[in-house]
Design a protein around this ligand. Structure first.
Ligand code: GAL
Length: 683
């Protein structure tokens, strides 16, 4: 009998590359090495179980040696060598780093900074996203590659560009300004509409001619925030249209899936909700933030966000590191077992490909201190042994491929709102969307409740609980969507400094948070940011908790008070409220309580939503992936003690049966398969 479908996943599928099992490998740069090394590379790739490598990503100068003159001989040899050895290719288009000849011939195509500095050659980074010469050159090299390799049996995936928007996103060149005006004309049609949307009556910025509108370059004071927000939207649009142009050029000659590597939560410049609709497969690069002592939580956010923008379809971890990351302030090395835990956490959260930057450590150049699958120290190193071991583990997990990750909770993640919130002259520089999302997510992570991220306009009815930790910008339509969600029986938790402005960064008529009044049963009369270091507590269910950064004067209409301020400018006033609306509940937190205070409030919201924490020992990460027939529990012990989990099933990694109890040593990972039944769920 068939188990029920997958009600609580987003359930999307993607065109997966023709590969057996989980994809394993990394960026491969044979162009940096003499040919003898290539033979050794492929032999070692086989030893490690590598089945996919990304090549050509930064090789434009060696593929198109001068404008229109191509040298593909070396790439033919590399691809054939890999193919003979059973290793598939994720073929890059090298457009993230145009050659020296390109910039020499097209100096006007250089991107220009906000301060008017044209960016020079000698590093990497694309040209102006709006320069016709760059667009033409990018499509030309993508077309030539697709013509030549579009049907090559080794090429199973296309890797367009590299991390759009990094390191060059916003561009203030003349080409960009020209396209910006065109984009604005399409968006607003009339100058009256633009003047209204940007609120140009303020500081006398009214425009009477399209030609007078510039990019929001450095100016004597703070530039119009609505203009800057639109410029961020324009930049995202231009970068995406560069991707689309290359994608379509490839598609004309190849039927293989096409991706480009995102940087989920590590680069905010691209609206990945929109980007994910344009790729065949979502892929992401994630670099553990070494200064974060619980980097696994940031990693989980990245992985959950990547899966969510792809509507739940399996995705590829295109890059992460085996150990040190050279661009961080301190190249903190990963400790034994950490690389496998990181990899399997991504896998547990839906990644069906685990790849690294990079295969072999580079001897020269800016990234020689970056770790690799094959480190400078070679095959006698611990890192290499762990790479070989990880390859074996992933082979044992092949059957999990294509399964989905269920989630009952959504956390709102809105890139456009972040762009707006990050502009100047906000009420307190201590308020950060990244910090708030991390705080709420961290509580859910500690309870091992799996999260999807979502936009406020999404259909949220599948979720028992929706959390808005940082939704500064909220359109009236999206607010209505949230109100409908609550009315229909959902539980919504909103944190302070949310629903403040509309999509033009204009304060909502009726005051801060007015559009959410039906759900929250209150109005925010005044923001009361605190001085740096000031702590003013709240009392929730008779327990005091410290809180800092922010308070508000709230005027309650239908909400009940659940916590009051015991100090600070709002002393005695409501700090946390709960409101019933239709069949659901809206919670509001008007301050930043410490982790225990936040946990207490969220526990109460869980009770409204009918969800419960997993009750696992601290430091154990547990995620589930499901198919119609099977459920896989991926359990990772990040702690320093051995723990026991109550579970039965077959451990795919040890090939042993767990009967009631699973003992997981410090640092260990288990992947336990159980059968799903028609009654629902694994056992
Ligand atoms: C990535 C980039 C790679 C490499 C890596 C090093 O962001 O895509 O090319 O530079 O960082 O961590």
């Amino acid at each position: 009998m068939h188990a029920p479908a997958l009600p609580d996943t987003l359930g999307a599928t993607s065109a997966w590359p023709a590969l057996t099992g989980i994809a394993y490998g990394g960026d491969y740069t044979p162009e940096q090495w003499p040919r003898e090394v290539w033979e050794e590379d492929v032999a070692l790739m086989r030893d490690a179980g590598v089945n996919l490598v990304s090549i050509g990503i930064f090789a434009w100068a060696l593929l198109e040696v001068s404008e229109g003159e191509f040298d593909f001989d070396w790439l033919d040899d590399v691809i054939d060598l890999l193919h003979r050895n059973g290793i598939s290719v994720d073929l890059g288009t090298p457009t993230a780093s145009p050659p020296a000849w390109f910039f020499a011939q097209h100096p006007d195509a250089r991107a220009v900074t906000r301060d008017g500095v044209p960016l020079g050659f000698g590093a990497r980074g694309m040209a102006s996203h709006s320069a016709p010469a760059y667009r033409e050159a990018a499509v030309r090299i993508a077309t030539e590659l697709a013509r030549r390799y579009g049907h090559h049996p080794a090429v199973v995936l296309w890797h367009v560009h590299n991390e759009y928007g990094v390191p060059v996103g916003e561009d203030y060149s003349a080409h960009s300004v020209r396209e910006w005006r065109r984009w604005l004309q399409e968006r607003y049609e009339t100058l009256d509409a633009l003047n209204a949307a940007w609120g140009t009556a303020f500081w006398g910025q009214h425009y009477g001619e399209w030609e007078h509108i510039g990019a929001p370059a450095t100016a004597p004071s703070v530039v119009n925030p609505a203009q800057r927000l639109d410029f961020a939207r324009f930049t995202d649009h231009q970068l995406r249209s560069c991707f689309i142009a290359e994608r379509d050029a490839i598609r004309a000659h190849s039927d293989r899936p096409i991706t480009t590597n995102f940087m989920a939560n590590q680069h905010n410049g691209c609206d990945l909700w929109a980007w994910a609709r344009e790729v065949d497969i979502v892929s992401d690069d994630h670099y553990l933030w070494a200064a974060d002592e619980e980097g696994e939580i940031g990693l989980a956010i990245a992985a959950d966000l990547t899966r969510s923008v792809g509507r739940g379809a399996p995705w590829i971890l295109m890059e992460h590191s085996t150990s040190a990351v050279n661009w961080q302030p301190r190249n903190v090395a990963k400790r034994p077992g950490e690389m496998a835990r990181n990899s399997l956490s991504h896998f547990g959260r839906g990644a069906d490909g685990i790849l690294f930057f990079q295969w072999r450590a580079s001897r020269s150049g800016a990234e020689k201190f970056h770790s690799a699958m094959l480190p400078h120290a070679g095959t006698t190193s611990r890192v290499w042994r762990e790479v070989v071991d990880l390859g074996a583990k992933l082979r044992a997990l092949a059957e999990v491929r294509g399964s989905h990750v269920p989630a009952e909770v959504a956390v709102l993640w809105d890139f456009e709102s972040f762009w707006a919130q990050d502009l100047e002259w906000r009420p307190s520089e201590d308020v950060s969307h990244a910090e708030r999302i991390r705080a709420f997510y961290e509580k859910l992570w500690r309870d091992q409740i799996t999260v999807n991220f979502a936009l406020p306009g999404h259909d949220l009815s599948r979720y028992k609980l929706v959390i808005a930790p940082a939704q500064y910008m909220l359109s009236a339509a999206d607010a209505e969507n949230l109100n409908r969600y609550v009315e229909g029986g959902g539980t919504l938790v909103v944190s302070f400094f949310s629903a403040v402005v509309d999509e033009h960064d204009a304060v909502h008529a009726g005051g801060f948070a007015a559009p959410l009044e039906p759900s929250l049963g209150l109005r925010v009369e005044e923001h009361l940011p605190l001085r740096a270091g000031d702590v003013a507590g709240i009392v929730f269910d008779e327990t005091p908790y410290p809180a800092d950064t922010w308070q508000e004067d709230l005027v309650l209409t239908t909400a009940e008070v659940r916590a009051t301020y015991d100090g600070g400018p709002a002393a005695g006033g409501p700090a946390v409220t709960r409101n019933t609306h239709g069949d659901g509940v809206g919670w509001y937190l008007s301050t930043r309580p410490d982790a225990a205070g936040l946990a207490a409030v969220l526990d109460a919201a869980y009770a409204d939503a009918g969800i419960s924490p997993s009750g696992l020992p601290a430091g154990v990460e547990a995620v589930r992936r499901i198919t119609d027939e099977a459920e896989y529990l991926i359990a990772i012990n990040h702690g320093t003690e051995t723990v026991s989990l109550q579970t039965s099933g077959f451990d795919l990694l040890t090939q042993e049966e767990a009967r009631g109890t699973l003992v997981l040593s410090a640092g260990d990972v288990a992947v336990i398969r159980t059968q799903r039944t028609a009654e629902g769920g694994g056992r």
